[in-house]
Design a binder for this molecule. Structure first.
Ligand SMILES: [Zn+2]
Ligand SMILES: [Zn+2]
Length: 301
């Protein structure tokens, strides 16, 4: 039943077509963190309109992230269960949580590693050599720059663009991340920066982005402290570089779930060991890789 949401797009483009939306991130976050499975459950948790919730759930089912199961005891009741593709998003959500905690000064629910019963403050490591991994020690190999745009330029927006202050959520969850991921052009600008793009003209040429949109996103990223502008170059700050943790899991999920059309193959290499990107999250307390079934969020009050 799983289908590629935007055939012809690169895996990253397809992943963004699924996840590049703040409501989708909030729906998934509630599914993982609060085990919400029903329409009424999300409506209670999120200040979301019926039409938006219904359309997002429908899309997520069509994209193979949720599976709709109907129970009949008395009247029909629908439950949305995460599929294997959906469950696989957990590491990306944990990476978002961890980046928000480290870089936004926001109070986040602690993440508990059941194996060591300690608070897991995960760090990104290479699945091959198990050493910590950052944007600085990876190389990216991609097919010719002429076809850079197919790496993931999103299709024409069918959803409205997020406003800069639109990420606010009652729980404060991932509000800065949503300013990046909840808007596909923003994510593409950041992806291009991770792939080495620095100059306005290069962003414009590689992404085929309108100058006004690019100016807006660059200004927003400078405001968020993700980029700094120096001598006409836009460079990632430490906060921006740290977002690589989120980006790595986005790319990893994208590459596992979606087929790459010809010309859009992108490989990220961990330079010290030469292995292709296989990110894992490692627990700072016990140094074991985290796995989905062994972590939980401490309950808030
Ligand atoms: Zn490695
Ligand atoms: Zn641990």
């Amino acid at each position: 039943m799983e289908k590629d949401p935007q055939p012809g797009l690169s895996p990253i483009g397809q992943a963004l077509a699924v996840l590049g939306d703040r409501w989708v991130l909030l729906i998934l976050q509630r599914a993982f963190l609060h085990h919400v499975r029903t329409y009424a459950g999300w409506r209670d948790h999120l200040e979301i309109s019926d039409s938006v919730l219904a359309s997002r759930l429908k899309e997520l089912v069509a994209q193979g992230v949720f599976m709709r199961v109907t129970h009949r005891n008395g009247r029909a009741r629908h439950e949305y269960r995460l599929t294997a593709r959906g469950l696989d998003i957990w590491a990306l959500l944990v990476a978002i949580h961890s980046w928000e905690r480290d870089w936004t000064g926001r109070t986040c629910l602690p993440l508990i590693h059941d194996t060591c019963e300690d608070e897991a403050r995960p760090y990104l490591a290479c699945g091959e050599c198990r050493e910590p991994m950052s944007a600085r020690d990876t190389d990216t190999v991609r097919e010719p720059p002429a076809i850079f745009a197919t790496i993931g330029t999103p299709p024409p927006q069918r959803r409205r663009t997020v406003r800069p202050d639109d990420g606010a959520d009652a729980t404060g969850y991932c509000s800065d991340s949503m300013k990046i991921l909840g808007d596909r052009w923003s994510t593409m600008v950041l992806a291009a920066a991770f792939l080495g793009t620095r100059r306005f003209g290069d962003f414009q040429a590689r992404l085929r982005i309108a100058p006004s949109v690019l100016t807006d996103r660059l200004r927003r990223f400078v405001g968020l402290g993700v980029f700094r502008c120096a001598g006409g170059d836009y460079r990632l700050t430490e906060k921006g570089l740290a977002f690589f943790e989120v980006f790595a899991f986005l790319v990893d999920w994208a590459q596992r779930e979606f087929a790459a059309p010809p010309g859009s193959v992108l490989t990220i290499i961990h330079r010290p060991c030469g292995a292709a990107l296989a990110p894992v999250l490692v627990c700072t307390a016990c140094h074991q890789p985290l796995n989905r079934r062994e972590i939980r969020f401490a309950r808030g009050h």
